[in-house]
Write a protein that binds this ligand. Structure first.
Ligand SMILES: Cc1ncc(COP(=O)(O)O)c(C=O)c1O
Length: 311
């Protein structure tokens, strides 16, 4: 049966802002600014200001932003990167792309994010970086992980691909690490009309080399200083994201209201509900419940027209 409560009602979101999107896309077409272009440049400024970093670079996906993040940190063959096994596979791909090895550290039961208490013992002389994930929109516990990283002189890359607008102790996630990466896959809290991603940093050298790496390793046309990639954000996606970013604070507040309503209505059921840690304000990308009879529960929800998925 078709879902009376869809898993994600993207058409409803698009309907509400459709004329602004149409105008932004038409403007991009009129200007033929299809690759990066002025709307992407404006979005980069606005998104950096929203997250609280000096620089944001538009990419064609979160995966490519993560790849370039590790290249900027000179992670390469033989190196190790500490990360979480409980994430979307692209977090690990980035580590594999540069020839390094993902070293998996187990997660905490509550937030389901990297367990800070287990990180230090996983550090070896080959460790080059720590790459935790703010999964489902819930921040990982930044303070202890940043402290361990500082003690060992390791950079932290935040995989914030699911956590646009989430806060850790009142500061927006994506503004803590040496580098942070976001995805604008259409179903994300801030989604493009296609693929998209961003790499954020305060470090001028990362900004400069990051812009080059996403554009064939080039800062001056036809001069290629190192092997680069075509990882540019499309102009149309920059224009779309610029329109949508203005709505993100309100959308996040609505997600939070709905999550709290779910808490209330589901509190007396046998479901294990998602817990928000004291330090966290989740962006509520997903509302993930746990139950011992998962498959049966999923079938039951589907039978009753309630969209759900396994994550
Ligand atoms: C945690 C996480 N990391 C990385 C990615 C990759 O982003 P993209 O799909 O934009 O390449 C995603 C996207 O689903 C994600 O959820």
């Amino acid at each position: 049966m078709s879902d009376s409560v869809p898993y994600l009602d993207l058409p409803a979101q698009l309907r509400a802002i459709r004329s602004d999107l149409d105008q932004a896309i038409a403007r991009t077409i009129d200007k033929c600014s299809f690759c990066l272009g002025p709307d992407t440049a404006q979005f980069e400024k606005d998104f950096a200001a929203y997250i609280g970093t000096k620089h944001a670079l538009g990419f064609n996906s979160g995966t490519s932003a993560l790849h370039v993040a590790l290249l900027l940190l000179n992670v390469g063959p033989g190196d190790e990167v500490i990360t979480t096994p409980f994430t979307f596979v692209a977090t690990s791909w980035a580590i594999s792309y540069v020839g390094a090895r993902p070293v998996y550290v187990d997660i905490e039961d509550g937030s389901m994010n990297l367990n800070p208490a287990l990180v230090e013992r996983a550090i070896t002389p080959r460790t080059k970086a720590i790459l935790p994930v703010h999964l489902y929109g819930h921040p990982f516990d930044l303070d202890p992980i940043l402290a361990i990283a500082k003690k060992h002189g390791l950079p932290v890359v935040e995989d914030a691909c699911q956590a646009h607008g989430a806060k850790y102790k009142n500061q927006t996630v994506g503004s803590f690490g040496a580098i942070s990466c976001f995805s604008f896959y259409p179903g994300k809290n801030l989604g493009a009309c296609g693929e998209g991603g961003a790499l954020l940093t305060n470090e001028p050298a990362f900004e400069k080399r990051g812009r080059a790496l996403r554009e064939h390793g080039s800062t001056v046309r036809y001069y290629h200083d190192e092997i680069g990639f075509n990882y540019r954000m499309e102009g149309i996606q920059g224009a779309v994201l610029g329109v949508k970013l203005k709505h993100l604070p309100h959308w996040t507040a609505e997600r939070t209201r709905v999550a709290h309503r779910y808490h209330e209505l589901l509190k007396d059921t046998p479901l294990q509900l998602p817990a928000e840690a004291g330090y966290a304000r989740s962006a509520w990308h997903l509302y993930v419940v746990r139950h011992a009879r998962r498959e049966e529960l999923k079938k039951h929800l589907e039978k009753n027209g309630i969209g759900c998925a396994l994550h």
